[in-house]
Design a protein around this ligand. Sequence first.
Ligand SMILES: Cc1cc2nc3c(=O)[nH]c(=O)nc-3n(C[C@H](O)[C@H](O)[C@H](O)COP(=O)(O)OP(=O)(O)OC[C@H]3O[C@@H](n4cnc5c(N)ncnc54)[C@H](O)[C@@H]3O)c2cc1C
Length: 265
Amino acid sequence: MRMSVLVKMYKKKDVVVVGGGTAGVVAALAARRTGAEVLLIEKTHCLGGMMTGGLVVTPNQFRSRTPGHPLVVRGIPLEIFRRVLQAEGTHPGDGEGPVADDHGHMTDPIIVAQILDEMMEEAGIEVLFETVAFDVIREKNAIKGVVIANKSGGQVVLADVVVDATGDADVAAAAGARFMFGRKEDGRIHGGSMLMVVGGVDLKKYMEYLRSDEGISEEEKRWIEDMRRHLECVPSLVDFGSAPVGALRCPPVRLLPFGSPQGSS
Ligand SMILES: Cc1cc2nc3c(=O)[nH]c(=O)nc-3n(C[C@H](O)[C@H](O)[C@H](O)COP(=O)(O)OP(=O)(O)OC[C@H]3O[C@@H](n4cnc5c(N)ncnc54)[C@H](O)[C@@H]3O)c2cc1C
């Protein structure tokens, strides 16, 4: 069988960022602010990666764990947080930035995706959605561009700088770079969380239900009390923790609820 694939030239840019997750949008904005012409390539239909499409709506570690929890992540990420706050897509934290919290700072995925779109447009960054980068143009040890595919077919984008923000090192792997996958002993990777959005939850009853779980340890009790803060508004998101593959049943103590920033669902 012979296949002929026609790969057209799309364009040349100063910087091409592959992957429009949180890393990619920040890289694209940072590059654009140096005056570079930037193209951002995203395989799905929205920006934000896991934080929006993956419903991992609780970014954390903006603050240090040292006493006083100073904000250590500022710059463009904090700018994005403040834009999302302005659009009522998150709660204000301590006024300066997101809270210091192991469970992260709740955000609304739809509003975050919308704000990221706006920021790309305002900055003059070209974004290609529903476009996957699957190969690179290599010259000796330098990457000179990427090969992409979308509804318009296969195309080549040349660039002075290619940023791999795929979260999977797709560009690096396509370029032949060595990579490792999973842990050394058996190649297994981090278990995925299962997240979903639910509405109409009676908060009080829900907390009673959590506390009624028999056989929970002291540590788990402390954890439940700790997560109470997330329930100050109507919970709209429930994280099933790392439930075993194929099982949706898990003890109540393994449910990690978050309140929606807008207090409604
Ligand atoms: C289950 C789970 C729970 C987590 N919980 C938290 C949490 O509570 N708090 C927290 O702060 N962090 C959490 N994280 C970590 C957080 O999600 C990551 O640190 C963050 O998403 C990394 O951002 P990123 O932009 O590098 O990658 P991603 O968010 O994965 O974005 C990568 C983007 O690249 C796109 N892409 C991939 N390959 C290609 C390609 N070949 N061509 C074009 N586009 C491509 C993807 O569609 C995606 O939009 C969690 C992660 C997981 C998996």
